[in-house]
Design a protein around this ligand. Structure first.
Ligand code: 8YV
Length: 329
């Protein structure tokens, strides 16, 4: 039997599925440090990860490793040049999380615009003594302009929600989406600068890469309307969190909603001191149904990638399909 490492706690029934095909080493505890991760991968043929850094050092320490299945749509934790050089297959879990993640992005944007978390904290702290005409005045969402940066599957799911709120949708993406999708979403392609100047609510849904590092920094925040909100459900590092904390403190923008952070699970301490930011712990895909679907899809990818099960050799979501069928080097 081939050997695999499941690097994180996941649903026990998914572990049982994997045990039908593999000898499973399951880390059902704290996140593994890099040395322990490498040690436990040393004799493994495959791994199921959720954000662990995987690259040349991993492959040097784990000469048998052929497939790494990430339980996430984003796979910026994979060094793809190293995967391709070693002929190791990487897989991800797209699509199954689109709607849950878009729901959450919408909720976070709404909570940010309407100051839900901030006012709740205030109420819990016992400050509510009387109704006041100007308590917690926020920004309208209905009828406003939504700016989506990253018009992939999740960005499109967000834009579809905007129709029910009678919003104008402007977007920026590496490339323009097909005209029929633009028409269906009633979305207008604009430059990043235009989007930042015009949007009332900016939502970030783009993948992280060296090119998207600090897509939003001090200069971009300075372009935004002082009444605008910024929501990041993409990846830490897409926003310069330190610059954002300054912009929030100085009222350069009205508010922000963040589900992802540079260096998470650490959060820039400056963000913890400003009231006009809603902070959630990377839970945009966290519904029971979606997380189960992601875990099962990661397992499907690992099983098929390692040549087992009904789809042997044809994993559903290869991110570097060119290495399929090639021997590990
Ligand atoms: C994951 C995510 O839960 O899919 C992604 O890219 O950000 C989340 O849905 C998280 O990355 C853990 O793997």
């Amino acid at each position: 039997m081939q050997k695999i490492l499941v690097a994180r706690p996941i649903f026990p029934d998914v572990i049982e599925r994997l045990k039908q095909y593999f000898e499973v080493d399951w880390n059902n505890g704290d996140v593994l440090g890099n040395d322990e991760l490498l040690a436990r991968l040393a004799d493994k043929d495959g791994a199921l990860t959720a954000g662990e850094p995987i690259g040349a050092a991993t492959f040097a320490a784990a000469p048998r490793l052929r497939v790494v299945a990430n339980m996430a749509v984003g796979y910026n934790n994979f060094d793809m040049a190293a995967f391709n050089a070693a002929y190791v297959l990487g897989t991800n879990t797209p699509d199954v999380l689109n709607e849950s993640t878009a729901d959450f992005g919408w909720a976070l944007m709404m909570a940010t615009a309407r100051r839900i978390a901030e006012s709740e904290h205030w109420l819990r702290a016992g400050h509510w003594k009387k109704w006041n005409y100007d308590s917690f005045l926020g920004a309208d969402v209905y009828g406003s302009t939504l700016g989506v940066i990253g018009m992939g599957r999740i960005g499109q799911a967000l834009a579809r929600r905007a129709r029910g709120f009678d919003m104008r949708v402007i977007y920026h993406n590496r490339s323009r989406v097909a005209p029929q999708i633009e028409a269906e979403l009633n979305a207008q392609y604009v430059s990043k600068e235009d989007l930042l100047k015009r949007a009332d609510h900016v939502v970030l849904v783009l993948p992280y890469s060296a090119a998207s590092h600090h897509t939003i920094g001090a200069a971009e925040l300075a372009l935004m309307k002082p009444t605008a909100t910024l929501t990041n459900i993409a990846r830490g590092g897409i926003v310069d969190d330190a610059a954002l904390a300054v912009a929030l403190r100085d009222g350069r923008i009205a508010a922000a909603g963040l589900d992802v952070y540079e260096g998470e699970p650490s959060v820039n301490p400056a963000l913890l001191t400003v009231p006009n930011v809603v902070l959630t712990p990377h839970i945009a895909s966290a519904t029971e149904t979606t997380r189960r679907a992601m875990a099962n899809l990661a397992a499907d990818n690992l099983i098929a990638g390692l040549g087992e099960g009904p789809r042997a050799g044809r994993p559903p979501n290869p991110v570097n399909p060119d290495v399929l069928g090639k021997a590990r080097s």
